[in-house]
Design a protein around this ligand. Structure first.
Ligand code: BGC
Length: 341
């Protein structure tokens, strides 16, 4: 009898442990926001930077007390029609808040109109809508905001990294100018526009004369970066002194092309990107990439989640929530690597 009782108690304890283990999968169903539904639209899952962003966003939301099963993150596949259908779906499901990384920033007014009409608060991330659109949020006192960094700052920092090398170092062909090529992200996106403009403005502000050999659109993609820089290296050869890439993914592609062409970053060519992807920061430490700019996905994703929580708890947000970039050179690359890896 005693034996039976012990095994019964044991069996009960085991099933309780199993129950607890199952529940671990969704530790926060009782969290502060366990019953709140969050819809997250990402413009494209295959984007390296947005992958870091969305992973951190989900982890942070769970830490704050959301339930994993109530956080739905969808891939817009770089197609606005696909993303618009996903937004309609989230509205039909009645999510409590939407976090949107638009495929086309120019579609923001249409998106805002339907999300606001549905009474759902909205946090835009990464791709900033234009000033006229942002002005509407304040004028109408809508629960809509943008979380991101000012891309002008990242462009300026890229230019400064190059300018700080000094003309004597950069000007290997001795024509008195900085001869460069520019590889741009999606030109619909202000990050691409500003980085292209402000990186060069920083060179000029430092008193350098610039010579643009080529300016091409690589759509933020590594493969395109490799292809475009490869073509330019065949066409312009040793005349190219600096390669500016609007992001690190394209800089990684550029590096492959540079190495294939038998050139060496730091001795006969210079290369800069933006984002501070782990791989790139390691290359900065090794001297294989001249520098990059840390696009703080921790701060941006946390601020986006905090803004969403504010809306859910009836606390207003500023309509623009900013964040600073950080210049990454050999001097601080190890520090940044410790932070991002
Ligand atoms: C990042 C890019 C990324 C883009 C997506 C930018 O801020 O630097 O790497 O592709 O955002 O919109």
């Amino acid at each position: 009898m005693k034996k039976k009782l012990i095994s019964l108690v044991l069996a009960m304890a085991m099933s309780l442990t199993a129950f607890a283990a199952c529940n671990k999968e969704d530790t926060n169903s009782d969290g502060a926001y366990g019953d709140k539904k969050v819809g997250v639209c990402i413009y494209q899952f295959s984007d390296n930077f947005m992958t870091l962003f969305r992973t951190e966003l989900e982890n942070y939301l769970i830490e704050q007390g959301f339930s994993k099963k109530n956080i739905t993150i969808v891939d817009g596949a770089n197609d606005q029609a696909t993303q618009s259908a996903q937004i309609d779906n989230f509205i039909a499901q009645g999510v409590d808040v939407l976090i949107i990384n638009p495929v086309n920033s120019s579609s923001a007014s249409t998106i805002t109109d339907k999300v606001v009409a549905a009474g759902i608060p909205l946090v835009y991330i990464n791709r900033e809508p234009d000033a006229a659109e942002e002005a509407r949020w304040a004028e109408n006192d809508w629960d809509v905001c943008y979380v991101g960094c000012d891309a002008r700052q990242s462009g300026t920092m890229q230019g400064e990294i190059i300018a700080d090398l000094g003309l004597d170092t950069i000007d290997m062909n001795g024509n008195g100018m900085v001869d460069y090529i520019m590889i741009e992200g999606d030109p619909e996106n202000v990050d691409a526009q500003y980085r292209t403009e402000y990186s060069i403005a920083a060179l000029e502000d430092a008193g350098l004369t610039v010579n643009c050999l080529d300016d091409q659109v690589g759509m933020w993609e590594q493969v395109k970066g490799q292809e475009l820089v490869g073509n330019d290296l065949s066409q312009f050869g040793s005349d190219i002194e600096v390669v500016f890439c609007n992001n690190d993914a394209m800089a990684l592609g550029a590096l492959q092309a540079i190495q294939t062409a038998g050139r060496t970053v730091g001795s006969d060519i210079y290369l800069v990107g933006v984002d501070a992807l782990t791989e790139v920061v390691q290359y900065v430490i090794d001297g294989t990439i001249t520098g990059t700019v840390f696009n703080d996905h921790f701060s941006q994703s946390h601020s986006a989640a905090d803004a969403a929580i504010n809306y859910i708890t009836d606390t207003p947000n500023e309509h623009y929530i900013g964040c600073d970039y950080v210049k990454v050179t050999t001097e601080n690359a190890q520090e940044i690597l410790d932070l991002v890896s």
